[in-house]
Design a binder for this molecule. Structure first.
Ligand code: ZN
Length: 480
């Protein structure tokens, strides 16, 4: 008898088979065994090895984080939030990215820190988009998260010599050696003995990969039955570069090349032909995405820091695009990301009714699951994976509770997350990560950031140090 049961949870966000949507259940038992849910409803009469009280708790499906870069982003915390190049449409991609990147042997600490942040905010599945580094696969498995490793590779890297002209350094082999290395990581993930790792085929971006490399990658994804994710619609400069090269928008190029389909997710999908910054002559892109069943991994936080937003969440949904949510950058706090998605969606639409809490919760659960071609995650349904999160309704940040998802998303966020199970295994207990030593990881991450910042003068095209590139909030004076 190895079943575990949560008894009499006050609220449960369960999947309704007939209505095919999430609903609230009250006074509900939730039971699982061997990594799968076996009961959601009234009293569970089967035997259970472990019984957990659901008093004062809401149980929700584990969240699906559709877009992250764990090996670098935690190192950028408190450094990169206010860096953006005004001569390249405020993007920090081109001369800000490599300045602070940690050494390959340090990336392990950054990823593990991000895994901890995700667990604490109720994430149970995530897409991990990293350039491969030693130790990555084992670090992902150690966290207990359901990982979709998404090893990046590209034909060219970005460069600017003068700060206002974007250049591309094309590799002699068009990125094939790097793609081969990434296929090795995909194989290692899929065959990993933990059974918790899966993979996504991810050429880096539509402007840094040749069309030949994107075609080859999509063919690989289809042959292996894997999802495919590509950065597209991420930056103004990318739109300008693709229209310069091909005369059409990125999405129209992908459609022309037959590179759109229900197995495709666009990372960001923000600067499409309708976006108000572009004043482009067509309005076809959102419709093309919907017609081909394409998903968009929406990551509002980094863009909102630059003053940029998707235009807009409700419109994409209304036209039939599948939306998932990703944290992309730090913090990897999925619940705060959901709040930002709701608020930015309403601001961009100039209409609070353009996006509902249900829309946001769906995107963060079944939307992301759909993009990953998985019907067994992002929902609490008998037969689905036992990926679930217990939220404390009696945490002061949740109270008073009228609608618990609203309390969670608009106020409490990760502060009310108490327990997380993934594949039936408890990875967060009473608000603490059980699979990772977060204090040890955080103190190592501090050292990693110091080492990365020391390298800034050698990497900056003007030889500036970190304080010159990223000035502190206030002028500072030492008193001792
Ligand atoms: Zn990204």
């Amino acid at each position: 008898m190895t079943a575990t049961v949560i008894r009499n949870a006050e609220w449960v966000v369960a999947w309704d088979d007939e209505e095919d949507c999430h609903i609230y259940l009250h006074g509900c038992d939730v039971a699982w065994q061997d990594g799968a849910l076996i009961h959601i409803g009234g009293r569970y009469e089967g035997g259970a090895a472990e019984e957990i009280s659901g008093h004062g708790r809401m149980v929700i499906p584990g969240l699906v984080n559709l877009h992250t870069h764990t090996s670098t982003m935690p190192v950028f915390k408190s450094v990169r939030e206010e860096i953006g190049n005004p001569q390249l449409y405020l993007s920090a991609l081109y001369d800000g990215w490599n300045l602070f990147t940690p050494a390959a042997e340090d990336k392990f600490w950054a990823s593990r820190y991000a895994y901890g942040e995700m667990l604490l905010s109720g994430v149970t599945s995530y897409v991990d988009m990293c350039f491969p580094y030693p130790g990555w696969v084992d670090a992902a498995a150690e966290s207990g998260l359901r990982a979709f490793l998404s090893p990046l590779y590209q034909s060219a890297s970005w460069r600017t010599d003068n700060g206002h002209e974007l250049l591309y350094d094309w590799k002699d082999d068009d990125g094939h050696a790097d793609m081969e290395e990434s296929v090795g990581v995909i194989d290692a993930a899929i065959t990993h003995p933990s059974g918790m790792l899966d993979a996504v085929v991810s050429p880096m971006a539509i402007d840094t990969c040749s069309l030949a490399l994107i075609h080859e990658s999509y063919a690989l994804a289809r042959e292996r039955g894997l999802p495919f994710q590509l950065h597209c619609g991420e930056a103004m400069m990318e739109f300008l570069e693709i229209t310069r090269r091909h005369g059409v928008s990125q999405v129209q190029l992908l459609a022309r090349e037959r590179l759109l389909g229900p197995d495709v997710t666009l990372g960001h999908g923000l600067f499409l032909d309708h976006h108000s910054w572009l004043h482009w002559s067509t309005r076809a892109d959102i419709g093309l995405l919907a017609d081909h069943g394409v998903s968009v991994a929406h990551c509002p936080t980094p863009f909102s820091r630059y003053g940029i937003t998707l235009e807009h969440f409700g419109r994409y949904l209304e036209e039939g695009v599948v939306l998932g949510i990703g944290t992309d950058t730090h913090p990897h706090n999925m619940l705060e990301e959901m709040r930002t998605a709701a608020i930015m969606g309403r601001v961009a639409a100039e209409n609070m009714h353009a996006v509902s809490t249900a829309n946001i919760f769906n995107a963060a659960t079944v939307g992301g699951a759909h993009a990953l071609k998985r019907g067994d995650i992002g929902r609490l349904q008998v037969g689905a994976k036992a990926d679930l999160v217990s939220v404390a309704l009696d945490d002061p940040t949740m109270m008073p509770v009228y609608d618990p998802l609203r309390s969670l998303i608009y106020t409490a966020a990760d502060r009310a997350v108490r327990d997380v199970w993934i594949d039936g295994r408890q990875c967060v207990a009473d608000g603490k990560v059980t699979t990772l030593d977060m204090e040890d990881i955080a103190s190592n991450l501090q050292e990693v950031q110091i080492r990365a910042l020391e390298k800034v003068p050698q990497r900056d095209r003007l030889g500036r140090n970190a304080l010159q590139v990223a000035p502190l909030t206030f002028r500072s004076r030492r008193q001792h």
